[in-house]
Design a protein around this ligand. Structure first.
Ligand code: TRP
Length: 81
């Protein structure tokens, strides 16, 4: 397996990416765990204009975004408010 298929904690990181652009200060992005439990395992705070590229992995099944942001995914663009 290629090294870049491993996430930081050894989980497979071959999933799709999303791009989030914050449209205000204090936008938060939370990674939610895969499996029976859904808990937040990581959160990041973005200020206006900052962009984050995030990936779905074996650990991350869902991504929650709070605040005003542009969200670009394979299924299109949506704006959170
Ligand atoms: N732990 C849940 C799961 O693996 C995480 C999840 C996936 C989720 N998709 C979701 C939580 C949609 C809320 C909404 O299924």
């Amino acid at each position: 397996m290629e090294a870049d298929e491993q996430g930081g904690s050894g989980e497979l990181a071959t999933g799709r990416y999303i791009v989030v652009k914050a449209l205000e200060d204090g936008v938060t992005i939370m990674g939610l765990t895969r499996g029976r439990d859904t808990r937040s395992h990581h959160s990041e705070r973005l200020d206006a204009g900052e962009v984050m590229v995030a990936q779905f992995t074996q650990l991350t099944a869902a991504i929650k975004i709070r605040g005003k942001a542009e969200i670009h995914t394979d299924v299109g663009r949506v704006d959170s408010e």
